[in-house]
Structure formats: C-alpha cells, structure tokens
Design a binder for this molecule. Structure first.
Ligand SMILES: Cc1cc2nc3c(=O)[nH]c(=O)nc-3n(C[C@H](O)[C@H](O)[C@H](O)COP(=O)(O)OP(=O)(O)OC[C@H]3O[C@@H](n4cnc5c(N)ncnc54)[C@H](O)[C@@H]3O)c2cc1C
Length: 386
C-alpha cells in the first residue's frame, strides 16, 4: 500500500479484516502528513449523482459507529450542510440534486432564503435566492480517523512504515515483483541510512492522493489527475452558535464550527496552478475573509489563529480513479478524490478491499476506472466545493 492517508489505511484495515496477510503500508511522511491531516472534516450525503449519495449514506453510518468500534473520539457533530444558491442555474441544479437525494432516502429540503436564516440567523441573505439543507450531514475531527484506522490495522498485523518513501516499483512484463523503498529524509537527520531496499509483492495499491500520478509513473502508467493547493484556516474559539457547515458552490466558500468552537473554512481559488504546493498565502486570507464576512457579517471581528494548506487530488471529471489498470496486473488505484476523499474513505476502503481480496465487481468501479478517460466516457458531479 503506497500512502498512509485515510484511504490507504482504510483499505489496509479492511483487507486485514478480510483475512489478507502480509500487508505493508508505506508513507514518506508522518501519519496525517498528507491531505488526510489537513482537511476540513466535512462529511455529507448531499451530492448530485446517485453513486455518491448512496456511498455517503453508508459512509456517514460508518462514521457514526467509528468512535465505538475503534475506541477513539472523532468529535462527530451532525449539524447538517446548508448549501446556498445565488443564481437561477445553481438553484435549479440544487433542486434537481435534492430531489434525487430525497428519492435515495435523505431528508434534504429546498429552502427559501428566509428559511435558511432560521437555521443560521446570522446569515446574510443578500444575493441568496435559495438553499438546501440535509440535517444528517456533519463535521468530524479528521486526525482520530487516521489514528483509529492505523491502530486497528496494526492490531490485525498490518505493518505501517512512516518516513519510508517509495522510489521504484519493479515490474517484469505486466507483473509486479516488488516495491523499492528508502528511509525518507526527515530533515536534520544526516546520519540515517538512505539505502534502498525492496519489499517483495505482486500487488500494489496506489493510495498516494495528490502524489498518485508520481507513483503510477513508476510503472509507466499515466494518470490524468493533478494536485492543486487548497488553503484553509481556523479562528479563535467562539461559543457554539453555528450548527451546519455553510457552503456556496458558486465561489467555493465553506465554513463550519468545530466542537472546540473554531470557525474552520476555505474558499476556491481559481488561479492556483497545478502543483504539489502546501504553502499558505495572504491572497487566500483576503479572498476568504471578504466572502465569509459578506455571508456572515458577525464574523468580521473574529481573529484568525492558524492557516495551512494541503493538496486536492483533482481529476478532469471530478470523479475518482478506482480499481485495476489494463497495463499492469494487480496495480490498484484509489485516488482522484478531489476535496471529498476523507468522507468517502470509510466506505471506499471497505469496497476497494473487497474488490482486491474477493475480486468483487461493482458497476461504480467500472465507471470510475482509469480507462474511462481513454474511452472518452467522462462523468459529472455538480456538487463540488472549492
Ligand atoms: C484543505 C483541504 C480541505 C479538505 N476538506 C475536506 C472535507 O471537508 N471533507 C473531505 O471529505 N475531504 C476534504 N478534503 C480532501 C481530503 O482531505 C482528501 O481527499 C483525502 O484526505 C485523501 O486521502 P488520501 O489518503 O487519498 O491522501 P493523503 O492523505 O494525501 O495521503 C497520501 C499519502 O501518500 C504519501 N506519499 C506520497 N508519495 C509517496 C511516496 N513516494 N512514498 C510513500 N508515500 C508517499 C503522502 O505522504 C501522504 O501521506 C480536503 C483537502 C484539503 C487539502
């Protein structure tokens, strides 16, 4: 397994539960070093495609049981997601999505601006023409999910090697023979040996998130996903007052209140070029602050305490790349999860593990296979934040 983010760890844990042995998860960084330790912790079933709605219904159920099952507090708070529409097109799109969500069993409601204000009285309805609300969506603290999966996987015999970088994958013909790794440079540790050694294996899962195209290149496979920096910040803690995560699909603004009281949020930045950049910018703070205060004027006086960033793993059609590839046997992809891979990892890990261990075939995996890009069968998803 390449990558000890939530996706790699969830897959490894579920593989071990299915009785698969000799699983090694390698990560060039620390646990939570990738996007899994840098995200907003939003979990929602409000989507525009049936596959994503149904997946997230199951993932939210799994999140509800996670604390009990993994014996770790994940600070789950189901205050709902409130999506705002400011244009007629967006209103129509939210209406179509919410209809499909209700057909799938969600309690999503279409709201007038005034009804939205009943849920968040501090909301400015200037320019808002409609909203949707699903009370079962929510927010978690992401790190304990990573730790929970890591601890449980380790108990089942999975080896997790952090600060271990994959440098090569040996292939003969179309068969994988091993993965070459070396101790990653931690910085300030010139004494450690950085010699390469080899892990013998016939199966590799590429769960390297925004780095997954680099890993695929090691076996000559070209992935179309690209890393894009996404910035986020958190304020001083406030008394609890904001129940839902508020999101505006128009500009990609989203914000929620954590269980510790901080307002955590971000915004889409169209001009960020692709690249593995995890720096923070003043430009983001200005853009986010203006949009946040316009949407919720009461936040104008709140102090930002911390800002950071991570990489979205962006595919051309906003859908993930999952399952085997045609060129190499047993080289599985679990990447391209944009800004929503965290919430999908509990259920995706289970399904991908079943696919690998038992060769189960799900129609959604066919749709999400890498070959769709060659075949020109691109998919759609209208409810992408950021
Ligand atoms: C700011 C921000 C906010 C977000 N908000 C949300 C949200 O609210 N809800 C949500 O569901 N999702 C959100 N996301 C997206 C979510 O975080 C990701 O989709 C998810 O964490 C991806 O998990 P992963 O395990 O695939 O990748 P990662 O967590 O990035 O893990 C990949 C791992 O691969 C390792 N790796 C890379 N190259 C190598 C190598 N050569 N050798 C060994 N290891 C390697 C990396 O060190 C990394 O740890 C957000 C993302 C960001 C950046």
């Amino acid at each position: 397994m390449v990558g000890a983010g939530i996706m790699g760890l969830s897959i490894a844990y579920h593989l071990a539960r299915l009785g698969v042995r000799d699983i090694t998860v390698v990560d060039k960084s620390y646990l939570c070093g990738g996007a899994s330790g840098r995200n907003g912790g939003g979990i929602r079933a409000q989507w525009s495609s049936e596959a994503n709605i149904r997946l997230m219904q199951e993932s939210i159920r799994m999140c509800q049981h996670f604390a009990n099952e993994f014996k770790i507090n994940v600070w789950l708070r189901q205050g709902g997601y409130l999506f705002l529409a400011r244009t007629e097109d967006r209103r129509r799109s939210l209406e179509e999505s919410s209809k499909l969500q209700r057909e799938c069993g969600l309690s999503t409601r279409m709201l007038s601006p005034r009804e939205a204000q009943k849920i968040v009285p501090e909301l400015s309805t200037d320019g808002v023409i409609a909203a949707t609300f699903n009370p079962d969506d929510g927010v978690v603290f992401p790190w304990p999910f990573v730790w929970g999966f890591a601890q449980a996987a380790t108990k089942l015999g999975v080896e997790i090697a952090t600060f271990t970088e994959v440098t090569g994958i040996d292939v003969r013909g179309t068969t994988i023979e091993g993965v070459r790794v070396r101790r990653a440079d931690k910085g300030g540790d010139p004494t450690g040996s950085r010699e390469e050694h080899r892990i013998r294996t016939r199966k590799v899962v590429n769960a390297a998130g925004a780095w997954s195209p680099e890993i695929a290149k090691l076996v000559g496979v070209e992935l179309p996903n690209k890393p894009h920096r996404h910035e986020i910040c958190s304020t001083e803690p406030l008394k609890p007052w904001l129940k839902p995560l508020v999101a505006d699909l128009g500009n990609g603004l989203y914000f929620s209140q954590s269980t510790r009281g901080e307002i955590v949020g971000g915004i889409g930045q169209e001009r960020v070029p692709p690249g593995l950049d995890q720096n923070s910018s003043f430009a983001f703070l200005g853009l986010y602050a203006r949009a946040l205060v316009a949407t919720c004027p009461i936040l104008g006086k709140v102090k930002v305490l911390r800002q950071w960033s991570g990489c979205y793993d962006v595919t051309p059609d906003a859908n993930p790349i999952v399952g085997g590839v045609d060129a190499i046997e047993h080289f599985y992809q679990a990447s391209g999860f944009m800004g929503h891979g965290f919430m999908m990892a509990p259920v995706m890990g289970k399904l991908i593990a079943e696919h690998i261990a038992n060769d189960t075939h799900l129609p959604m995996f066919d749709r999400w296979n890498l070959r769709r890009f060659k075949e020109g069968k691109l998919l759609t998803e209208a409810m992408i934040i950021g």
